[in-house]
Design a protein around this ligand. Sequence first.
Ligand code: ZN
Length: 146
Amino acid sequence: MNLKDIKDLCEKHNIKVSGDHIEFNKSTPDFHITKNFKLHEFLTKNTKDTATKINLQLILELQNLRNLFGSPVGISSSYRSPSYNKSVNGATSSQHIFGNALDTYPLNGDIKGWITTVVKYKKFGGVGQYKTFCHIDCGATRFWRG
Ligand SMILES: [Zn+2]
């Protein structure tokens, strides 16, 4: 699956695609957007927000990393509106605000293994290593420990 495939798939499901981003909300019908991820897994965790913006390249990258890891991965944070980002003490210029970041964790609890996979195979963008999750984004290439 490449960028064109995933854009076509979203358009088939009547989801607005602008550039590399899609915009949807919880009333958008759910479907498998990639082999292992359903659209609604990428919904903002802010129940007050109606819309979620997310980068399709990041979704493809997450699926690729999950393939390499070989075990299910969950999402603890996705798109954040500026006010929601502030409420969860996110960085002011957080890539989450732009729909360019995901906080991810392995369902099998092997956080070390998951972070090792991400660090080894993620070629561009940011990787933030935390105790219970791994932040990935498509901003500038950088690495940090939280
Ligand atoms: Zn994050």
